[in-house]
Write a protein that binds this ligand. Structure first.
Ligand code: HEM
Ligand SMILES: Nc1nc2c(c(=O)[nH]1)N[C@H]1C(S)=C(S)[C@@H](COP(=O)(O)O)O[C@H]1N2
Ligand SMILES: [Mo]
Length: 385
């Protein structure tokens, strides 16, 4: 004990933290739940990164068509559900932050130092994630990049933390109480109630946000920024035609879709000419990186049919360019497997109606198992490569 500590008055005085919930077993149970949730988030988050920025050794799978919808929906719902777990965990271990002396030894110094990136990183991940899905960008850094780096730092700190705590956790979990103290039934019951309450809060958050991607639950999506059944033609819009600055170009009767690059003959097709080509239908989801998704029936021209008409070589890749001239998402790439897929469409209609301008009229890309950011709207050009 340091002389003068704990102080006689103030928030750190002895007896501040009297709840029996500040115990190691509660901390261990919450820690395991958080560890599982963060591991799910890291795996699904890195999957999202990989499919958006595939390295040379990785080709994103085209099937199942709804895979990204599931992984990214899981990412956001699990991340949101981890918030009650995180708050409860921080509350349970709060007295530890005021333990004195703060660093009893060298090994403990490393362990305590890892708490800084662990706590700071966890809070940053959930705060930045929640801000992002609400389309609120109060910072100047690039969200995915910062979020991804902090995720690795946090998981690194988590591994150190788990290593340091594993034996204590094992001991308190197997004995049903803190080492040395016989399990008091009222304490055990109180802990059960507390943990059940935290689990309930976490489950409720999941239930009230899952509707942004599980369409039968859409009416319950009170905590989700987007409902998959609300928007023009009954589903959300990420960026409007006005925001993208394409209103004039997308409604110009002189619009022509251009197919060029490694082709035997360049194509310049009006909307009527596109409609006179063989049309294909596919039911495919728009699965936004922000976790919402909506499955709809699309109709249009298969990209592979257009390439065949232009005399493109087998196995070609395609860069899809939008009428949009500035900012992100105005182009995306289709790898040869996606080009060959008959469901990779330049859609003109959705659910039997011509596309609304905000959904990418006159023609947009829609293909199986792509993150929403790659489903380019207001397509003006296919460059065969
Ligand atoms: C409330 C909690 C969270 C929310 C709402 C959230 C949201 C998101 C969103 C919207 C993206 C897509 C970014 C984009 O491609 O534009 C994303 C990506 C990602 N998230 Fe989270 N997230 C949360 C928690 C976490 C946690 C706890 C981890 C890891 C432990 C994590 C790791 C990642 C990673 C690695 C990516 C990929 C970033 C990239 O593409 O560069 N997230 N997250
Ligand atoms: N040209 C262009 N295409 C785009 C975007 C964009 O901003 N510009 N946003 C993308 C994103 S992030 C998503 S989720 C989908 C959403 O399609 P929707 O607005 O029709 O729902 O469009 C994608 N296509
Ligand atoms: Mo999106």
């Amino acid at each position: 004990m340091t002389p003068g500590w704990p102080p006689a008055r103030g928030p750190f005085r002895e007896g501040t933290f009297t709840s029996p919930r500040h115990d190691e077993r509660t901390a261990a149970v919450l820690g395991i739940a958080l560890g599982v949730a963060f591991t799910v988030c890291l795996a699904t988050g890195m999957w999202s990164y990989l499919v958006q920025h595939p390295p040379s050794w990785f080709t994103p799978p085209g099937r199942p068509a709804g895979l990204y919808r599931v992984t990214q929906g899981l990412h956001v719902v699990t991340g949101l559900a981890s918030i009650p777990l995180l708050l409860a965990k921080l509350w349970v271990v709060l007295p530890r932050f005021f333990a004195w002396p703060p660093v009893p030894g060298a090994a403990a110094a490393v362990e305590r130092l890892a708490l800084l990136p662990l706590v700071g990183g966890s809070l940053f991940l959930v705060v930045s994630g929640v801000a992002n899905i609400n389309l609120w960008y109060p910072w100047s850094f690039n969200f995915p990049t910062a979020h991804r780096w902090v995720a690795w730092i946090t998981i690194g700190a988590l591994v150190v933390h788990v290593g340091a705590k594993a034996s204590t956790a094992r001991a308190v979990l197997s004995r049903g109480g803190e080492p040395g103290t016989p399990a008091d039934p009222s304490v055990v019951a109180g802990r059960r109630r507390f943990l059940a309450g935290v689990a309930g809060a976490s489950g409720l958050v999941a239930l009230l946000s899952a509707g942004q991607t599980v369409e039968p639950l859409s009416r319950l999506a009170l905590l989700a920024p987007r409902r998959p059944d609300i928007g023009p033609q009954g589903f959300p819009v990420n960026r409007t035609a006005r925001a993208a600055g394409v209103e004039a170009a997308a409604t110009d009767p002189a619009f022509r879709l251009v197919v060029r690059g490694r082709v035997r003959r360049e194509l310049r097709l009006s909307v009527d000419e596109l409609r006179s080509l063989p049309q294909r239908e596919a039911v495919l989801p728009i699965a936004c990186v922000e976790g919402w998704s909506a499955s709809r029936r699309w109709r249009g021209v298969a990209v592979r049919d257009l390439l065949a008409a232009a005399g493109a070589p087998e196995g070609a890749a395609v860069r899809v360019r939008s009428l949009q001239r500035r900012r992100a998402f105005r182009a995306s790439d289709l790898h040869p497997g996606e080009v060959a897929d008959p469901d990779t469409l330049l859609a003109l209609d959705v659910e039997g109606e011509p596309l609304a301008l905000d959904h990418g009229a006159p023609v947009r890309l829609i293909a199986p198992n792509r993150p929403g950011v790659l489903q380019t709207k207001w397509v003006r050009e296919l460059e065969v490569r």
